[in-house]
Design a protein around this ligand. Structure first.
Ligand SMILES: *[C@@H]1O[C@H](CO)[C@@H](O)[C@H](O)[C@H]1NC(C)=O
Ligand SMILES: *[C@@H]1O[C@H](CO)[C@@H](O)[C@H](O)[C@H]1NC(C)=O
Ligand SMILES: *[C@@H]1O[C@H](CO)[C@@H](O)[C@H](O)[C@H]1NC(C)=O
Ligand SMILES: *[C@@H]1O[C@H](CO)[C@@H](O)[C@H](O)[C@H]1NC(C)=O
Ligand SMILES: *[C@@H]1O[C@H](CO)[C@@H](O)[C@H](O)[C@H]1NC(C)=O
Ligand SMILES: *[C@@H]1O[C@H](CO)[C@@H](O)[C@H](O)[C@H]1NC(C)=O
Ligand SMILES: *[C@@H]1O[C@H](CO)[C@@H](O)[C@H](O)[C@H]1NC(C)=O
Ligand SMILES: *[C@@H]1O[C@H](CO)[C@@H](O)[C@H](O)[C@H]1NC(C)=O
Ligand SMILES: *[C@@H]1O[C@H](CO)[C@@H](O)[C@H](O)[C@H]1NC(C)=O
Length: 601
């Protein structure tokens, strides 16, 4: 309905000039005297815009009922602001506050109930209440639809209510403007949210009547409750001391970020002649603990009053010390490297963002026998057709391999559900624990023989499982010495020892006359030794260069063109890591944990 009016208005208003009003009928040249001593043109009075420095040309802040604008009527295609100014209808609900009081953007005016646009009206929080509940003395608006979360008092705003009619015969106007039945005055019960209906009353109660029976039961102000009066099915305003009458049953919830110390989400109390049946519970404020557990890359310890406490139900004053989990290090952006401390403030908010750590890449723990810790980045890639390949962990979520390793005989990329990654991880009972991880997505290198496997879980890093590093440094990428790891395999079973093969990086022409710079050419270094060779199952494995104790991937072995040649001493082809398509590279970068800064609301 509203939208239709707006559309019509838009068409009409195109030809209308800026009409200005003259509510006092002073159309001469005289100036309007602002209350601060300055003056403005009369035509600028009550146009929605504050032209006097103190805004007195629009409304008097101390008494809205005496606004100059209140009595004016608006021309066609203009609408009245709550305090009386006129603005073009096209400015209604356009996202800009054109009325000095912002009433042209109030949800009340701008959001229609989908079924009952006239009977129901919107609160500022967006939920709807019956239109006649506006300015009825009680707060009915709630912040979230159907939830007794924080109360929003947009149905009982003084500016709005003071201007609403309130029959003086039947009704009583509360000091703030709300309107209640006359019979409710001095009934021992606050029917106006400000209690003005119980002000200056001469109660005639006998002295021996219990206080509760006289006055009801008290709810102290600002206890962080959301209370519902179940007898009246209405909210109890808890911004000021309030009372409910005897026999009232209330339900209590804590506001956002508060909880009852007993962990219940809702409690009930009954007001008896002698006061509350049980004392009212207390709501305690907690800091959001979930934020501490959002990354595998960190460990958190909570300290309160110099003692280690569980990082649960975190009260103000608690310090959460964030350190990096095994296999991770503080991101470069954190200067104080070892630890990062967050404090739960008295507002139950963390004073800092939660940080995440970055994986340590390319480090190996040397051991006498070649094992998983020798090449913690090396994995096997297995498909449903029992094809096996090598692969390299490039981030806790990604493995890089050759594209042909995840294609079928028809050179069609397999479905991700047909591919698994085999990892030699942490020691279990002294043995390397070999496990498989599912693949959730294959990012295909297209024309280039490379594929990125996105893992269905974030790997838990350790000295036996960690990513390789990569770099643009030419001293490393142009090295002529490299190496590669292979799984020892028996009948499709992955063993627990890796073989390391030293490689020589050759000119591309040694592999093929027209091999371009996307590819590289390598050959096993020690031709005559049996302890390392290049075999079919090695394709997909990383071509690695060590530099100063850190290992970098410079290529992915693709073992082409003699793909089905079994093992070979001949030069074979690899894809240059720095030539992988941008989308693969970006996806690896997106896995970087420290990129994610979780901002608290
Ligand atoms: C505004 O102030 C001027 C000078 O003080 C005075 O002459 C004039 O009458 C005032 N106008 C009104 C409408 O009060
Ligand atoms: C508005 O109209 C009412 C009733 O006619 C009158 O009492 C009041 O003084 C007027 N207000 C102004 C600011 O002119
Ligand atoms: C907005 O709504 C209020 C009632 O809540 C009404 O008094 C006012 O005139 C409306 N303003 C506009 C510009 O429609
Ligand atoms: C793959 O290997 C397993 C175990 O060796 C075997 O049971 C299965 O039939 C093989 N699948 C195919 C498609 O060859
Ligand atoms: C992979 O297979 C699953 C189950 O058969 C299917 O739901 C999914 O869409 C397939 N994905 C692709 C990329 O074809
Ligand atoms: C991996 O995928 C298989 C088959 O789709 C499924 O049965 C298994 O539960 C998955 N494993 C994990 C850890 O998700
Ligand atoms: C190299 O050749 C491949 C095809 O074999 C092609 O897809 C790629 O774009 C070429 N790269 C350059 C840098 O020319
Ligand atoms: C790995 O090396 C051992 C000797 O150290 C050798 O017996 C074995 O065949 C090699 N396996 C592969 C797959 O190269
Ligand atoms: C493989 O051979 C090289 C060269 O002789 C030797 O240095 C290395 O120790 C051997 N590696 C294994 C695992 O036997």
């Amino acid at each position: 309905m509203l939208r239709l009016i707006l559309l019509t208005a838009l068409i009409l208003s195109l030809s209308i000039d800026d009409i200005r009003c003259d509510p006092i009928g002073n159309n001469n040249d005289e100036q309007f005297n602002c209350t601060d001593g300055t003056s403005i043109e009369y035509i600028d009075l009550c146009n929605g815009k504050k032209d006097c420095n103190d805004g007195s040309d629009e409304f008097l802040y101390n008494d809205i009922t005496k606004s100059y604008c209140g009595n004016q009527s608006c021309p066609n295609n203009y609408v009245k602001c709550n305090y009386g100014a006129c603005i073009p209808i096209t400015l209604l609900c356009n996202g800009v506050k054109d009325c000095a009081d912002g009433s042209d953007e109030w949800n009340y005016n701008c959001t229609d109930h989908p079924e009952y646009p006239d009977e129901w009206k919107a609160c500022e929080s967006g939920n709807f209440i019956e239109a006649n509940k506006f300015c009825d003395g009680k707060i009915d608006c709630l912040t979230a639809k159907g939830k007794e979360e924080n109360i929003d008092n947009s149905d009982e705003r003084p500016f709005q209510c003071l201007l609403k009619s309130c029959s003086p015969h039947k009704n009583f106007r509360c000091d703030y403007g709300g309107c209640i039945k006359k019979s409710k005055i001095c009934n021992h019960f606050k029917d106006c949210i400000d209690g003005s209906d119980e002000k200056d009353c001469e109660y005639e109660d006998a002295k021996d009547t219990p206080r509760a029976q006289k006055e009801g039961c008290e709810i102290k102000a600002n206890q962080n409750y959301n209370i519902r009066n179940q007898n009246q099915n209405s909210n109890v305003y808890t911004g000021a001391v309030d009372r409910v009458s005897v026999d009232t049953r209330i339900s209590i919830r804590c506001k956002n970020n508060y909880v009852f110390s007993n962990g219940l989400s809702q409690q009930y109390r009954i007001c008896t002649k002698n006061g509350w049946d049980h004392p009212l519970p207390k709501c305690i404020k907690y800091c959001d603990e979930r934020i501490l557990y959002i990354s595998k890359s960190t460990k958190v310890e909570c300290i309160h009053s110099h003692q280690t406490v569980d990082c649960k139900n975190i009260v103000p004053g608690t310090i959460a010390r964030v350190s990096c989990a095994d296999g991770y290090q503080m991101p470069d952006t954190i200067s104080d490297s070892e630890q990062y401390a967050m404090t739960c403030t008295s507002e139950a908010k963390w004073d800092k963002h939660k940080i995440n750590c970055d994986p340590v890449c390319g480090h190996q723990v040397s051991s006498s026998i070649p094992s998983a810790s020798d090449a913690p980045w090396h994995v096997g890639v297995k498909t449903y057709i029992n094809q096996t390949c090598g692969g390299t962990i490039v981030s806790p979520k990604s493995v890089i391999t050759a594209l042909h390793c995840v294609q079928d005989e028809d050179i069609m990329t397999l479905n991700e559900t047909d591919v698994t990654v085999v990892i030699a991880g942490d020691l279990k009972n002294g043995n390397i624990h070999i496990f498989t991880v599912n693949v959730s997505e294959i990012i295909d290198g297209g024309d280039i023989d490379v594929a990125l496997l996105k893992l269905s879980e974030i790997l838990t890093l350790s000295m036996n499982t960690r990513p390789i590093c990569f770099t643009n440094a030419e001293a490393i990428t142009k090295s002529n010495r490299a190496f590669l790891h292979s799984w020892t395999k028996n009948e499709n079973k992955f063993g627990d020892v890796f073989n390391k093969t030293e490689l020589q990086v050759l000119p591309n022409a040694d592999c093929s006359a027209n091999l371009n710079q996307t590819y590289m050419c390598v050959r096993r270094k020690y031709k005559l030794h049996t302890n390392g060779t290049l075999c079919e199952g090695d394709s997909g494995a990383g071509i690695i260069v060590e530099n100063d104790g850190v290992n970098y991937i410079i290529g992915i072995l693709i073992h082409k063109p003699s793909r089905n040649a079994g093992c070979t001493n001949e030069p074979v082809v690899g894809t240059v890591f720095n030539q992988i398509p941008e989308k693969l590279y970006k996806s690896i970068q997106d896995d970087k944990e420290s990129k994610y800064i979780y901002i608290l609301k």
